[in-house]
Structure formats: structure tokens, C-alpha cells
Ligand binder design. Sequence first.
Ligand SMILES: CC(C)(COP(=O)(O)OP(=O)(O)OC[C@H]1O[C@@H](n2cnc3c(N)ncnc32)[C@H](O)[C@@H]1OP(=O)(O)O)[C@@H](O)C(=O)NCCC(=O)NCCS
Length: 169
Amino acid sequence: MTVSNDGDAALTDEAPVRLRRLGLGDLPAVEAIERRAYNTPWSRLMFSGEISRPGSRCYGAFVGRALAGYLIVARYTDAWHIMNVAVDEPQRRRGVARTLLETLLGETDQDGTRGHTLEVRVSNHGAIRLYESLGFRPAGMRRAYYTDDREDALVMWRGEGPDDTPLIR
Ligand SMILES: CC(C)(COP(=O)(O)OP(=O)(O)OC[C@H]1O[C@@H](n2cnc3c(N)ncnc32)[C@H](O)[C@@H]1OP(=O)(O)O)[C@@H](O)C(=O)NCCC(=O)NCCS
């Protein structure tokens, strides 16, 4: 998949995917994918808060006019924090999440003051493989982080983390 500066991405074998920043008008489509993707979905209020927050990077990937996936990233003092990424099931394994993340990294890698971090369920091997392929590395665990089933979260960092990153010893 290639991505041009105007936000177009083209899949080699199927319909082209276009990336652009999310707006509040995208919330119904985001919410629909979110509810299909997660047992404990974010509320519309959580998405609108992130989309509206200064400094956040929130991208949508569209096939035609239909949203295929999204990436929600908050800018903190020491890190770009990947808060949420999801791709609708029929559009998975086509490189949509990779393209969303590569676009983020392309836009934020020059920011020498911030690394990139995220939490992921320890059982989410596909997502972990994706993040590792983009340079994220395990940096710690948050025990019983997920409230629905108390699954542990793996903390991953790309670039240098802060001194207080909780490491497993
Ligand atoms: C995780 C998720 C975002 C991946 O989206 P995607 O667009 O299908 O991912 P990509 O096509 O860009 O995958 C890139 C690479 O990641 C890895 N990967 C992604 N999904 C995988 C899976 N289910 N199993 C194994 N590897 C997987 C592969 O290495 C893949 O490359 P390949 O297809 O050439 O083998 C998507 O499965 C999803 O929305 N899941 C539900 C929500 C979720 O778990 N989000 C992450 C929370 S931390």
C-alpha cells in the first residue's frame, strides 16, 4: 500500500483506501465499528473528547465513503499514546491498521521529545505482531488492566520511554 501526501492510500488488489483526519461527523461510523470490534466499546463521548482535544491525532481510513478503520492518538508531555485502533472485520488483513500507524509515525517521528506507547491485551497476538513490526517493544505489564475480564495489558514503547516506565523484573 502506498500513501501520498494528500492522504490517499491505494491497496494493490482491491478498492483504494483514503486516509484523513476524523471529524465529529464521523462519530456514528466510528461507533458502529467500535461496537463490533470490542466487548467493552468506547462511548461516543470518549471519541468526541479525543477528536476535539488539541494535539490529538485521529485518523480514519475510508473505502469510498465508508469508514474501514480508525486510529486515535493522544499527545502527552512525554509520549504519543495510541489510545484506540480498530479495523472493521471485512477490511482486516489488508494493511489498513499498518497504514494508519505508519501515517502517524511519519507525521510524529521527527518529534524528538516524545516516543510512542500503547497498551495491548497480552492475548492479542495479531496486534502485538503488528506493533512489533513497526518497532514497538514490550516495556512492562499492567496487571488486570482490562476491567471486563481483568486481563493483563502489555505496555509497549517505540523509541525511548520515560524513566518511570514500569518494567517487569
Ligand atoms: C488489530 C487490528 C487493528 C489489525 O488491523 P488490520 O488492518 O487487519 O491489520 P493489518 O492488515 O495492517 O496487519 C498488519 C500485520 O499485523 C499482523 N496481524 C494483524 N492482524 C493479525 C491477526 N489477526 N493474526 C495474526 N497477525 C495479525 C500481521 O503481521 C499483519 O501482516 P500480514 O497480514 O502481512 O501477515 C484488527 O484486527 C482489529 O481491529 N482488531 C480488533 C480491535 C483490536 O484488537 N485493536 C487493537 C487493540 S490494542
